[in-house]
Design a protein around this ligand. Sequence first.
Ligand SMILES: C[S@@+](CC[C@H](N)C(=O)[O-])C[C@H]1O[C@@H](n2cnc3c(N)ncnc32)[C@H](O)[C@@H]1O
Length: 282
Amino acid sequence: MTNINDDIQRLPKIMNGTFDGDWSSIYSRNTEDLNRIVSHIDFRNKEIYSVLASSDILFYLYLNGAKRVDTFDINPLTYRYYYLRKWLLENGLLDARNLNIKEIEAIIKSHRNANDINERESCLLWQYYLDLRQKEKFYEERLFSFYSNALFEKCNTNFDFPYSEEDIKKLLNILNSNKLNFEVIDISSDSYNNSKKYDIVYLSNILDCKTANNVKIVMNNMKKLLKDSGIVVCTNMVNHPYFDLLSEQIKTFSECFEYETLDVELRGITKAPVKYYKYTKK
Ligand SMILES: C[S@@+](CC[C@H](N)C(=O)[O-])C[C@H]1O[C@@H](n2cnc3c(N)ncnc32)[C@H](O)[C@@H]1O
């Protein structure tokens, strides 16, 4: 859960560049070849713990038969973005890329009297975001784009999500009957604790730039979080000038996990290729 007052205080700091902390931007859409992952991992009837990020992974897991997906992220605003994505889906949209300010404002405002307090609070945050945008120095309505660089990582990837109208209907049914379970956590913290056990944990580019000590802590957290033979699905940039610690990571995980590369095409939003792999608990 996140606290709306904290979220509202955090927002202008992120927008004006004074926020002190990592991972403050929100990924607007998925960065991964999720379509191909399903040919390697069976998500059907599985209990899954996944990073929330753009919400596409959560949507994808549910569309591919997951029984239950609980989510986490170090960035609390990903929770607010989840609600916005859900409202966009209700309007048949996958993101807010092509909306002008009046259109997105109408979608946000239509939830201000929602029954669910999380929806009402998320509505406050997004209305505040639009107000901040309109106060920007060179703001011009005709040039408006919802995804400001200050708050969002724009993800113009080639990984078009296979959403048909049917998928959107099915997804909304699932989302409406499974209230989002979300925690703000740092998965590399050694004080992390969770009594629930999962079949799969989905990490996405989280281990790329972690120190050896952090990787060891994540490995221990994964061990605690997974049922016997449970798996961690990971993606990692390789051949990147700063983030290429994969071989050390594999060594650390080998204490308690088997490593297996997934045969998924190597491409990503950065120029560095991305490796897809899984660790299975020994
Ligand atoms: C590269 S993005 C993943 C984008 C994702 N592929 C998608 O399609 O939405 C990584 C996400 O992990 C979160 N994150 C990074 N480090 C984390 C940590 N130590 N604990 C929890 N979440 C973390 C970030 O806030 C971000 O949302």
